[in-house]
Design a protein around this ligand. Structure first.
Ligand code: APR
Length: 273
């Protein structure tokens, strides 16, 4: 529930422009994707020290490929079933109405774009894209049906190392130019963020009046550094989260609640409900 003070602020300031959103896993929770650090989240079942690192995954694949395959199956099974929820759709409407300039997201599920947002900056990549290992700009989109097919094959063949390798090499082919194997285009722990996306994010934040921070624990850098970057340049920070985040104290307004509900209310405040 948004306070009267915040309603007045939203009505006055949002239509003057340059509102930007920074989203995290919490915005996709209502689409059925558990957050990383919440109950039932990926990092509850799989130790990120092993599974969120390329070296960890590579080593594990050598010794126990089934564990890696189980992780891939669990990871994709959830996001393949997910659809945009009212929070994603509200942001897409705000962008269409020229209120929201861009959405900077840490999410890799593509749900902002699926909801209709156009100016999306993906700091951590996209789970439906693959890229050449040595040339990050050489990318290819994998259709959801292709990934479903791959997951089906992995489930059927997970006890045979040779068959697993055959399936993976079919969906992650070698680059015709350099011979490198394609890999999923997401940022694992210890890897650099895509520099062009990060530069785009900083550029947007240089002129930002309001930064809406939605559903992020704000503990993973450099994304967690963006609110401070915006604040020292004069932006007002509004946090929408169902519990306080690591940087709640930095925010000018904090709205405790479910992202879908709050953003629908914001649409109403602005007359778009
Ligand atoms: N509405 C609003 N907030 C929610 C909701 C909801 N319906 N559900 C959960 N949240 C909040 C949680 O309380 C938590 O503060 O969303 C936040 C999710 O935090 P994390 O799971 O840590 O996700 P995120 O901040 O996006 O993680 C950052 O960490 O593991 C890496 O690369 C991964 O991009 C990810 C990064």
């Amino acid at each position: 529930m948004i306070s009267k003070e915040l309603r007045d602020y939203i009505q006055k300031s949002f239509k003057r422009g340059h509102v930007i959103c920074l989203s995290g896993a919490g915005i996709s929770y209502e689409s059925g994707i558990p957050t990383f650090r919440g109950q039932g989240g990926l990092w509850e079942k799989y130790d990120p020290a092993l599974y969120a690192h390329l070296e960890g995954l590579t080593q594990l694949f050598k010794t126990n490929p089934i564990k890696v395959i189980d992780f891939i199956i669990d990871f994709y099974s959830v996001i393949l079933k997910a659809y945009p929820n009212p929070a994603h759709r509200a942001l897409a409407i705000l962008e269409k109405e020229n209120i929201l300039t861009s959405t900077i997201t840490q999410n890799i599920d593509g749900l902002h774009q699926e909801a209709g947002s156009r100016n999306v900056i993906e700091l951590h990549g996209n789970a439906f894209r693959i890229r050449c290992n040595c040339a990050p700009d050489k990318t290819r989109v994998l259709a959801k049906d292709e990934i479903k097919e791959m997951i089906g094959l992995l489930k059927n063949h997970k006890n045979s190392r040779i068959k697993i390798l055959r399936v993976l090499s079919r969906y992650f082919p070698r680059c015709l130019n350099c011979g490198c194997r394609y890999r999923i285009d997401i940022v694992l722990f210890g890897e650099m963020l895509p520099q062009d996306e990060l530069s785009r994010a900083y550029k947007e934040l240089n002129n930002c009046h309001v930064l809406l921070i939605i559903g992020s624990s704000l503990v993973v850098y450099p994304a967690a550094g963006l609110p401070l970057y915006a604040k020292v340049r004069g932006a007002q920070l509004i946090e929408i989260n169902n519990e306080p985040s690591g940087l709640s104290d930095l925010c000018d307004y904090r709205i405790l609640g479910q992202a879908g509900e709050i953003l629908t209310e914001i649409l109403g405040v602005l007359g778009y409900a």
